[in-house]
Design a protein around this ligand. Structure first.
Ligand code: PMP
Length: 451
């Protein structure tokens, strides 16, 4: 019989851990109070208060695979800025390159040679010939949707239930009983319903085909593996079949590899030989500096150029002033040249594999109905015995109270994992003893839960 965890036990342990967190962090607590004077919720970005902590944890510095907080506690970081720092915090090659570029100028509304080299490296690595640069993956996705609509003359965007592609209005939707709704938590929507977005379940080819048949879908925007609702793998053959359908119906396939860049040096699409029409990569592509890129095929490029050439003079609605600035193009070039190496990925994959096996061993030891999924450097444990196949199944496996306890328990023992689900990311700087530390704390947490 699989073990059943008592909600009362979870609550009791959470109270103990909250007290321990607060007692050990007087500086963070004092800063939290001070921060409330001039920042909404006492944080520079309101959702930083959504971490499951009694008050905000303030960081002093981050290096390699480690963070130090303002109270002097050192953590092994398996969150890595939710992927932004996947290649480590302040990697020396990047820190040096940025320091020298800062002295030579940061933004000019004109490119430097770094952009030429970065686009050449991107093309060689990701098998798409043309590239554009933005400030965030959200922006890249927003602009890609605009281009897709412009070149197809179609209005609709198709996404999968449980997706997250950043703060892109068109994609902040949920699917429920055949209908696409705004995500319930969304603030400030205008239309009662999303008018130009269709959501279907991931891995559901019949639903995808039915939606494409309308002939209104400009593009399908997807992560090759869903990573923001827990993790959901594509079923074998799903993407090959989906891409055939997408092409047949005159739509474009846009892959958002912002998180799945963890799979290997050329992302999930490169590893699995998938050929999207457009590809978005954010976060880690600039080693943690705010920037992102999107690539596209030659045929998409010529359609984009045609759309732009035939538009009246003026603003396309695509691009922001600081995009492709001198500093971030230097960061992207350096990341591609020096950080995203085959050796770095080999190390990350190895450490993530021992992490995944270790998590599974603890789960099995306690007979818990949980599963572990890994793509390259990224692991996720989920509170369901079988890996979910849809966003709905993944959402059903979530347990906020249990998740919050595990995160807090680990944090109190010097291990940070990604909030809002159970993602653990390994960097080239993560050492075997860092992985052992996480596994020991995770094992102790399960012992305490199941006692
Ligand atoms: N795409 C994916 C797959 C993401 O997970 C995220 C953020 N978690 C984004 C895009 C947006 O990235 P950003 O917040 O840096 O704009």
């Amino acid at each position: 019989m699989p073990a059943i965890l008592s909600p009362q036990r979870i609550q009791d342990l959470t109270q103990i851990e909250q007290r321990q967190f607060a007692l050990a962090r007087p500086q963070s607590q004092a800063l939290s109070v001070e921060a409330s004077e001039h920042m909404l919720y006492g944080v520079p970005l309101h959702w930083m208060r959504d971490w499951p902590l009694p008050f905000t944890l303030f960081i002093d510095q981050a290096q390699g695979a480690h963070l130090t907080d303002v109270d002097g506690h050192r953590y092994v970081d398996f969150c890595l800025g939710d992927t932004g720092a996947m290649f480590g915090h302040a990697p020396p090659a990047l820190a040096d390159a940025l320091a020298s570029q800062v002295a030579l100028g940061m933004t000019a509304m004109l490119p430097s040679e770094d952009a030429v080299e970065a686009s050449r490296l991107l093309s060689a690595r990701f098998n798409l010939p043309f590239w554009q640069f933005t400030l965030s993956a959200s922006d890249a996705n927003r602009f890609v949707l605009r281009w897709a609509r412009a070149i197809t003359g179609r209005r609709k965007v198709l996404v999968f239930d449980g997706c997250y592609h950043g703060t892109v209005d068109d994609t902040l939707v949920d699917y429920d009983q055949g209908q696409t709704h705004w995500r319930a938590s969304l603030l400030g929507t205008t239309h009662a319903r999303p008018v130009d977005t269709v959501a279907v379940e991931f891995n559901d080819l019949a639903a995808l085909e039915a939606a494409l048949r309308s002939g209104e879908v400009a593009c399908v925007l997807a992560e090759p593996v869903m990573t923001n609702v827990g993790m959901v793998l594509p079923q074998p053959g799903f993407w090959e079949a989906a891409n055939t359908l997408i092409r047949q119906h005159g739509s474009l396939l846009v892959m958002d590899e912002t998180h799945t860049l963890s799979t290997g040096p050329s992302g999930y699409c490169g590893e699995h030989r998938l050929q999207p029409d457009m590809l978005v990569i954010g976060k880690a592509i600039g080693g943690g500096l705010p920037c992102a890129v999107y690539g596209f095929s030659a045929s998409v490029a010529s359609r984009m150029q045609n759309a732009k050439d035939h538009a009246p003079d003026g603003h396309s609605g695509i691009g922001t002033t600081l995009s492709a600035n001198l500093l971030t193009t230097r960061a992207i070039r350096t990341t591609l040249e020096s950080l995203m190496t085959t050796a770095a990925y080999a190390h990350m994959g190895q450490q993530a594999e021992s992490l995944a096996r270790g998590l599974e061993a603890h789960i099995t030891r306690h007979d818990l109905p949980w599963c572990v999924t890994r793509i390259g450097a990224r692991c996720e444990f989920q509170f369901c015995s079988v890996q979910p196949r849809t966003g709905q199944e993944a959402r059903a496996a979530m347990n906020d109270a249990l998740e919050a306890l595990i995160h807090l328990y680990l944090l109190n023992r010097g291990v940070l994992i990604t909030p809002f689900h159970n993602m653990l990311l390994v960097s080239p700087h993560t050492r075997p003893d860092d992985v052992s530390r996480l596994l020991a704390a995770f094992g102790d947490c399960l012992d305490a839960l199941c006692a």
